[in-house]
Write a protein that binds this ligand. Structure first.
Ligand SMILES: Cc1cc2nc3c(=O)[nH]c(=O)nc-3n(C[C@H](O)[C@H](O)[C@H](O)COP(=O)(O)O)c2cc1C
Length: 175
């Protein structure tokens, strides 16, 4: 992995989470990887931020509330099986690292680990949380996403450090 400034990352913002998915890791004593595909990368309060949306029913939800840091890890294509597993089983009753053949790796700027072998790893400090309020949904079809009324909480994290694998085309070499 090599460090890269967040501002130098050239990514496809509507592809990376939606199509490639990512592993969101929360927790320090017993960190847990969870697959996410909803979220965004951008700028808020003049800082580079990652926003992830987590339902209160996820084990990861409690971990993110207990400790204000997380990592977001985009994995290489060969890890699709691990992403499937981390998106369909819960850390409440499974050691997903072992089950998915994943290895935690110490982060540099936060105490939550990254995922070894990630193509892109973002180390984040949670700056704020926001609860989605169904009363503010302007398109009523959104409500169909919530048959159990488990509306997402947004966790907005400042990117404290970013790392890319040697294989990952972050675009910065091209300039
Ligand atoms: C492709 C994919 C994307 C997902 N994206 C999200 C997401 O953005 N937010 C969320 O709360 N759950 C999402 N999930 C569901 C969680 O990954 C899943 O419920 C997981 O088992 C929760 O793990 P945990 O209980 O260990 O936290 C996604 C699942 C898949 C397969």
């Amino acid at each position: 992995m090599r460090p890269i400034a967040a501002a130098d990352l050239l990514l496809r913002p509507f592809h990376i989470l939606d199509q490639e998915w990512a592993l969101l890791v929360g927790g320090t004593e017993k960190p847990n990887p969870m697959t996410v595909s909803w979220g965004g990368l951008g700028t808020l309060w003049n800082r580079p931020v990652v926003t992830v949306y987590v339902r209160p029913t996820r084990f990861t939800f409690g971990l993110l509330n207990e400790h204000p840091e997380f990592t977001l890890n985009v994995m290489p294509p060969a890890s699709r099986g691990a992403l499937d597993l981390c998106g369909s089983t819960s850390g409440r009753d499974t050691d997903k690292w072992a089950e998915a053949g994943l290895v935690p790796e110490a982060s540099q700027m936060v105490t939550v680990p990254r995922v070894a072998g990630a193509a892109l790893a973002l180390e984040c400090r949670t700056l704020a949380t926001l609860d989605l309020d169904p009363g503010r949904f302007l398109d009523c079809s959104i409500e169909s996403q919530y048959p159990r009324k488990d509306y997402h909480r947004a966790f907005i994290g400042q990117v404290m450090a970013a790392f890319v694998s040697e294989e990952f085309n972050a675009g910065d070499e091209a300039r």
